[in-house]
Design a protein around this ligand. Structure first.
Ligand SMILES: O=C(O)[C@@H](O)C(=O)CO
Ligand SMILES: [Mg+2]
Length: 252
């Protein structure tokens, strides 16, 4: 199995280019990030080239985080801001050859939010036909009021948008907290999945503890013929190197 280090959480104590180098040294096959925008894309591109690791994805900006925003794409009346964030993400993804862009929906609800999200997703899918656009349901403990809550809602939106480059970010951590039934859900949704992430549940730590048996989940993913790197998106709560026993075990 291949694994991607999510540098939004792992090696967060290092500048992004050094975090990429640390992921390589630790044996990851790929990297992904959250919001890389404070680091010049050229510096990230150099570290990717040096290590040979692909950058799987990045997120659109969340907007005014201090003011409580967590994404712009589903906020009614904010299309201009959402599209600036999309344009920025597309340009950065092209500069570092990131495969995917995750459009952060934001805190919103109702028909207007749904229509706004669909409109902005169509805009993003058209703006980046050579990238995958991802949408990710977030759980209601960490992100109460987030527009996109479940895989079912995400699939209905993907079908409505109807773009060939729009896919589901299946984060096992969020989906276990909201819906459970990971095995059947992964198998059923495989055609719509663009990326898979994982962390222990409920504490969002390394995948070697908690209520989800990731040994089983990784076997299911392998057996369903999904061979893209899986995103380790967990909070190490200390030096990342101290939390990588699971990776050594998967490699042995
Ligand atoms: O699961 C998450 O929180 C992330 O994948 C993300 O992109 C930011 O919310
Ligand atoms: Mg995630």
């Amino acid at each position: 199995m291949k694994f991607s280090a999510n540098l939004g959480f792992l090696w967060q104590d290092r500048p992004l280019p050094d975090a990429i180098r640390a992921a390589k040294a630790a044996g990851f096959d790929a990297v992904e990030c959250h919001w890389p925008y404070e680091t010049p894309a050229a510096e990230v591109a150099v570290a990717l080239k040096e290590t040979g690791l692909p950058m799987l994805g990045l997120n659109t900006r969340r907007g005014d985080v201090a003011g409580g925003e967590n994404g712009l794409s589903a906020l009614p009346g904010r299309d201009d801001d959402a599209r600036l964030a999309i344009d920025e993400a597309v340009a950065y993804a092209q500069a570092v050859t990131a495969d995917a862009i995750h459009l952060m929906a934001g805190f919103a609800d109702g028909t207007d939010a749904h229509d706004t999200f669909v409109r902005n997703l169509r805009y993003a899918c058209d703006a980046a036909p050579d990238r995958t656009i991802l949408i990710e349901p977030l759980n209601h403990y960490d992100a109460p009021g987030y527009f996109l809550k479940t895989s079912g809602q995400a699939i209905r939106i993907i079908e409505e948008v109807g773009a060939s480059n729009l896919r589901l970010m299946f984060d096992c951590y969020h989906i276990q907290l909201m819906e459970g039934d990971l095995t059947h859900r992964l198998q059923r949704l495989k055609p719509q999945i663009g990326h898979i992430q994982f962390a222990s549940v409920p504490d969002r730590g390394a995948p070697d503890r908690g209520e989800v048996n990731y040994g089983h989940v990784f076997d299911v993913i392998r057996d369903m013929g999904y061979d893209a790197p899986l995103g380790a998106e967990y909070k190490p709560g200390g030096p990342t190197e101290d939390t990588l026993g699971w990776l050594s075990m998967m490699r042995s």
